[in-house]
Ligand binder design. Structure first.
Ligand code: DOR
Ligand code: ZN
Length: 362
């Protein structure tokens, strides 16, 4: 059999949850095995709201890289560059953003409407009230990363992204034309149309799970919490719109896995956590989408060029080699932490075959 290979610039993950402590140790090697840089979400149990806490968190991540955590075939690498973000709150002092930017610690700030998702209780309760923060960010050129959903129990959960765009994002963009914005993990045709209609200051990240799955996945063979994430999976035509957008070559769409690990027992319970762990096979998952759409030639722009261009960062110099070689995704990934605690994660595509495998970085 002739095996085909694909060589692309090393990708970055522009949206990932690395967590902390033993979970950080468990998931970090999966991100560092392929991504050169990653934008690390600040929604820890105690969110990152100061420059000091961002520096300390970055140090914890880098320490694990240096220690060289191994997980069978994975080794963390010292070259990995975690890019830190600040968690916006009603009371955050804009000087903290200015200092974080000036000291080259904080690359962007994250807006979680309060209560909208995991660890967002300290998020923003009134978007208009953070206007001074947004003005500061516009002035210093710091991008705003948005979890674009309303947290209104009156609004149907499947409509929360569309309503957020109409009610908050359009006015916000109008008022802050110069503010760079990433609408994170978009899930709807409405978001795609909005991004396509705006200037280059607003871009969007797209996850592998929203490109592969529609909302049926949550209810296929009984209630399946593995596929519960926020924003929640939508109807198939939304998935199709996302697939068209990412494979269109439009530089406004780029890779952001939103890999969000929760231990299996915290998902398979009443009131299970939102989040899908996909870091273990993310690049292979995206590659399959581009192949299915007949657009493998546009994969590299989405995974490795559009993101750095938006953030004004250089492209990675290394390349990765992907080969057309089937692999079976494990049903569960286990990790025994230093304190002997066992963590079990169910990865995206668990028990399924993926058609591509990562061969090496060169
Ligand atoms: O599904 C999600 N999980 N969506 C988010 O916005 C947060 C994330 C998490 O931190 O678990
Ligand atoms: Zn996220």
């Amino acid at each position: 059999m002739i095996s085909s290979t694909l060589i692309i610039l090393q990708p970055d993950d522009w949206h990932v949850h690395l967590r902390d402590g033993s979970m950080l140790a468990a998931v970090l090697p999966f991100t560092t095995r392929v991504f050169g840089r990653a934008i690390v979400m600040p929604n820890l149990k105690k969110p990152i709201t100061t420059v000091e806490s961002a520096i300390a968190y970055r140090k914890r991540i880098k320490n694990f890289c240096a220690e060289g955590i191994t997980d069978e075939r994975l080794v963390t690498t010292n070259k990995f560059n975690p890019l830190m973000t600040m968690y916006l709150t009603d009371t955050l002092d804009s000087n903290e953003l200015v200092r974080g930017h000036a000291e080259n610690v904080i690359i962007a700030a994250k807006l979680y409407p309060a209560g909208v998702t995991t660890n967002s209780v300290s998020g923003v309760t009134d978007i208009k009230a953070i206007n001074p923060l947004l003005e500061t960010m516009e002035k210093i050129g710091m991008p705003l990363l948005i979890h674009g959903e309303v947290n209104d129990p009156e609004v149907d959960i499947f409509d929360r992204e569309r309503i957020f765009i109409e009610k908050y994002l359009i006015p916000l963009h109008r008022q802050h034309q110069g503010l760079k914005i990433v609408l994170e993990h978009i899930t709807t045709a409405d978001a795609v149309s909005f991004i396509e209609s705006t200037n280059l200051n607003i871009c969007a990240t797209v996850t592998p799970h929203h490109l592969h799955l529609n909302r049926n996945a949550m209810f296929q063979e009984g209630l399946c919490s593995d596929f519960y994430c926020l924003p929640v999976l939508k109807r198939d035509h939304h998935k199709q719109a996302l697939r068209r957008a990412v494979t269109s070559g439009n530089p406004k769409f780029f890779l952001g896995t939103d890999s969000a690990p929760h231990p299996r027992n915290r998902k398979e319970t009443s009131c299970g956590c939102a989040g899908i762990f996909n870091a273990s096979h993310a690049i292979e998952s995206y590659t399959q989408v581009f192949e299915e759409e007949g657009k493998l030639d546009l994969l590299e722009a989405f995974t490795s060029k559009n993101g750095p261009k938006f953030y004004g960062l250089p492209l990675n110099q290394s390349r990765i080699v992907l080969e057309k070689k089937q692999q079976l995704v494990p049903k569960q990934i286990n990790w025994i932490a230093a304190d002997h605690k066992k963590i079990s994660l169910v990865p995206l595509h668990a028990g399924k075959r993926l058609l591509w495998s990562l061969k090496n970085i060169c």
